[in-house]
Each structure stands twice: as structure tokens, then as C-alpha cells.
Design a protein around this ligand. Structure first.
Ligand SMILES: [Zn+2]
Length: 495
């Protein structure tokens, strides 16, 4: 008899500095599927659920769908939304009948109003309902891991890559770990180490040093006898929570062996903390050097307005410089439903004259006056082609493209994460032919644009995802964390 595996997911990276809260509308707008719709939404995608679906066929597991809810990274989850998702999940679990195992797909940096460790709370509620059933959870590389989260599952698997192009593979790994537990009746020892270290996402890329070497070392340890799995969660620093920071998780047969490996990994990260430095250049100088570059595209990275990290995606600091310096062949994507409505009422070919961007809050630059021709105006949906979340359907709502001199501004109704050039292609813009491309992303953009970009400049812009963590007023940290403080405290007297 095929084992019956309940599969469910709750995925949100919460930027507690963002000024708008995340409600059920935001989950429904991005990812919400229950029952068989969950399989329809994720089959053949490079996501955890997609990977589990593949593995279930090989391993002869009978998947019983719960729900999967994910929202674009944004502000605190409302108490109502969190309660609804948890209650609905438990309801579906209760209705699922006899269950042999559970797979739970989490982010690990979800914060709800009144529930700072939302992922741990979610997982432990499932555990309470099924105290003896094996549970395997997955988490994002940006998780702020806690002991509570680790305790809620029998084994856990985190993404190993950033940009995250191994989501499908990690889903498969989670299914295999669960299968191993079901057939061997063994559970791994789990050892967790938390570091007082929170590098900004910009320097967490796993294909560049120092993270690349650390991950390679970890993968080597995973091949050692008796080790089931190891993960490093590099943390999401835009969360004012006590459990902020890098976490190391090692799982295997022998507790002493697992302890030693976890300590070695944690210590090697700690000793390299000074190498995770974000080199940033001011907007004026960044735009000047992009214009002066011999060939393009030059990528200007607006990391502080990272729409994939909870920022509104409507920051105007770089756009304002591009217009002031009369850049040519430059493109900026902004989420601005109001300006899109105006453009829609005017129609393609008409002249647009009005303010764009800077509306969601006052942290990402002011609205900027823009005058130009409306060269495109249509609703846009597309399927993600880059190797990150491949196959996912993205809805930008109504889209308008305004051509103002040499600067092209693509305005979207809905906030979406512009990680790849599909945003541009869907509106008739060929990214390869541009001189300057502004991306609102920390690292995820690299998966697509590095293939043809000639240069990249990380720009020191203001916003809720700024790489300079000293810009933020943390109030809930319980110890010094590097580089927010000039040094952290771990392990006592041994750093
Ligand atoms: Zn992430």
C-alpha cells in the first residue's frame, strides 16, 4: 500500500520594516491553492511542491493535498490571515483521514502580528495534531531559524542556493528523507547552531565567495557517513525579531558526530564574517559610470527597493538620476497602479504627464514627475522562464510603458518580483539591447541577467532592504549581532 503523505505549505518572507501589512488578499493574489488545485498549480515547476510531485511518483507515495499559500515578500502578516491559514490547514489535515507522513513547505522568516515565530508556531500546531507521524519541513535560504522551528519536524531541508534555483531539488530531498524515515523507522539527530551574524542578502549569493566556499564545504560534509543532510540558512535581516541571524542545521545518525560538524560549520562562518562586506556606490556616481560604460547592459542594482524582499518596488532614487543625467537606453520597472490607470485612460500613443513611483511609503524616494509617450498599454501575464521558480505564472495586471527621452519606464498594476527579463519581454522590450537596466533585487536577478550583462553596480539607495543594516532601528534584538553592531557575541570567549 502506498504511504499517504499530507503535503501543505505556508510561505512568506516578512519585512517587518515595510509599512503595509500582508493579508489574505495578498496570498490569494500570488499563490493560493487547495486540494487538487495544488497539484495543478505546481506540477512541472521548479518549486518544492513540484519536486515532491516528481519524487512521489518514483517513491510510490500517495500525496494528499492540504493547501499552499504564498505571498510576495512584504510587511507583517495580519493576525486574521495567519489564523485563517493555520486553521484551514489543520481542518484539511483532520479531513485527510489516516496519514503516514507530512511534508510542510515553509519559508522560515514569516512574522505575523502577535506571532513572531510564525513558521515554528505553524509547524508545532501540525505536530500537536499528529504527535507520532514523521514530519519533514523545507525552508528558504533566508530563514531566520529557531530551535522551535527545528523541534517541530523530524527532519528539515533548506535551499542551498541563492538565487534559489534548487527549490525543486530540495522538495525531492525532503520527500526522500521522509521515505527513508518511513521505511527505516529511524529519525535523524538534529543539531542546530545560531550565529549572532546577519549578512545582508546582497552578499549571500552562493555562487560567489565567501558563501560559495562555505556551501561547498557543507556539501562535502553531507557526503560523510552517517550524515543525512545539512543546511545553512543565511537569514533575512529585514526583520526586527529576537531570532534574527544565520542558522546551521546538521542531521545524522550519531549525535557526537553531528555536533562536531555543526560546530565546525558554524565556526567557519563566524571566522569569515568580516569578508561579507557590501560594496555600495551612490546613485549619482552609479548612473554616471553606467552612462560612461563602453558597452551595456550595465545592471544598476536597487537593492534597497528589492521587491522580492518586502520593498514596494516603486522606489525612484535611480530613476530620478537617470532622468537628470539624460541617460539613453535605460529601463526602470515601477509598481504604480495609479499611474497605470492614468496611462490606460489616455491610451497608447498619447502623452503621459504625471508623477510616478514613491507612493507606497516615504522610504524609497518621492514621486517623480515624468513626461513621455505611452508606447505600450495592456494587461500582462507571463510564465517565468529563468531557472528560478521556472514555470510559475506571474500576473502584472495592467502594464504601461512610458518613453521619456532615452529612459523607458515600465509601470505595473501589481507588485511582482522583477528577477528576470520576462517582465520586459512581455511589454516588447528586448533587455539585451539596452544600455542600462535597473533591477530591484539583491541577488535573484543574477540568475537571468548575468548571462548577458556587461557590468553591475550595487547602488546605495534608501529603503526597507538597504544593504547597510545600520540604517535600521532594531528594537527586539537580545544580543549584539554583526554587522548591525560592530561585532557579535558568539561563542563566548571563542571568537
Ligand atoms: Zn529566499
Amino acid at each position: 500500500m502506498a504511504k499517504r503523505i499530507f503535503i501543505t505549505g505556508f510561505w512568506h518572507e516578512t519585512n517587518t520594516f515595510a509599512q503595509t501589512q500582508t493579508g489574505m488578499d495578498d496570498f490569494r493574489a500570488y499563490q493560493y491553492a487547495e486540494g487538487d488545485a495544488l497539484f495543478a498549480a505546481f506540477a512541472d515547476t521548479n518549486t518544492e511542491v513540484g519536486g515532491v510531485i516528481d519524487a512521489a511518483m518514483e517513491l510510490d507515495l500517495n500525496l494528499i493535498p492540504g493547501l499552499f499559500a504564498g505571498a510576495v515578500p512584504s510587511g507583517l502578516i495580519t493576525g486574521e490571515a495567519y489564523e485563517f491559514l493555520l486553521d484551514r490547514t489543520l481542518e484539511l489535515l483532520a479531513a485527510a483521514g489516516e496519514i503516514d507522513g507530512v511534508l510542510v513547505h515553509l519559508h522560515g522568516a514569516a512574522v505575523a502580528v502577535g506571532t513572531p515565530e510564525a513558521d515554528a508556531d505553524f509547524l508545532s500546531a501540525i505536530r500537536r495534531q499528529l504527535p507520532l507521524t514523521p514530519i519533514v519541513a523545507t525552508f528558504d535560504l533566508h530563514a531566520n531559524l529557531t530551535q522551535g522551528l527545528i523541534a517541530g519536524a523530524d527532519a528539515l531541508v533548506g535551499y542551498d542556493t541563492y538565487p534559489h534555483n534548487d527549490m525543486g531539488e530540495r522538495g525531492r530531498e525532503a520527500a526522500h528523507l521522509l521515505h527513508r524515515m518511513l521505511w527505516s523507522d529511524k529519525r535523524p539527530e538534529k543539531v542546530f547552531r545560531k550565529l549572532p551574524f546577519a549578512p545582508p542578502p546582497q552578499v549571500q549569493g552562493t555562487s560567489a565567495e565567501p558563501a560559495a566556499g562555505i556551501m561547498a564545504n557543507m556539501h562535502d560534509m553531507e557526503t560523510w557517513g552517517g550524515i543525512w543532510s545539512a543546511s545553512i540558512a543565511w537569514g533575512f535581516p529585514y526583520a526586527d525579531v529576537a531570532h534574527l541571524g544565520v542558522g546551521v542545521l546538521v542531521q545524522g545518525d550519531d549525535i557526537h558526530h553531528v555536533n562536531r560538524i555543526a560546530d565546525d560549520l558554524a565556526l567557519s562562518i563566524w571566522h569569515q564574517r568580516g569578508n561579507f562586506d557590501a560594496g555600495l556606490i551612490g546613485a549619482e556616481e552609479a548612473v554616471r559610470s553606467a552612462i560612461a560604460a563602453a558597452e551595456g547592459p550595465v545592471i544598476l542594482v536597487d537593492v534597497a527597493d528589492n521587491a522580492g524582499g518586502g520593498a514596494p518596488g516603486d522606489g525612484t532614487t535611480i530613476l530620478s538620476e537617470l532622468l537628470d543625467q539624460s541617460a539613453v537606453g535605460a529601463v526602470v520597472v515601477l509598481c504604480d497602479p495609479g499611474a497605470v490607470r492614468t496611462a490606460k485612460s489616455l491610451g497608447t500613443g498619447a502623452m503621459f504627464s504625471g508623477n510616478v513611483g514613491g507612493r507606497a511609503d516615504d522610504l524609497h524616494g518621492p514621486p517623480i514627475p515624468l513626461v513621455g509617450e505611452i508606447v505600450f498599454q495592456e494587461p500582462v501575464t507571463y510564465q517565468r522562464r529563468g531557472d528560478y521558480m521556472t514555470g510559475q505564472q506571474i500576473n502584472l495586471g495592467d502594464v504601461a510603458v512610458i518613453q521619456s527621452g532615452g529612459v523607458t519606464v515600465l509601470l505595473t498594476e501589481y507588485k511582482a518580483m522583477p528577477f528576470d527579463a520576462d517582465h520586459l519581454a512581455a511589454a516588447g522590450i528586448a533587455a539585451e539591447t539596452l544600455k542600462i537596466i535597473v533591477v530591484k533585487s539583491a541577488i535573484a536577478w543574477q540568475a537571468h541577467f548575468r548571462a548577458f550583462a556587461k557590468a553591475e553596480i550595487y547602488v546605495d539607495t534608501p529603503g526597507v532592504c538597504a544593504s547597510n543594516l545600520k540604517r535600521f532601528a532594531y528594537t527586539r534584538l537580545t544580543r549584539d549581532i554583526y554587522p548591525i553592531a560592530d561585532d557579535g557575541v558568539w561563542p563566548a570567549g571563542n571568537s
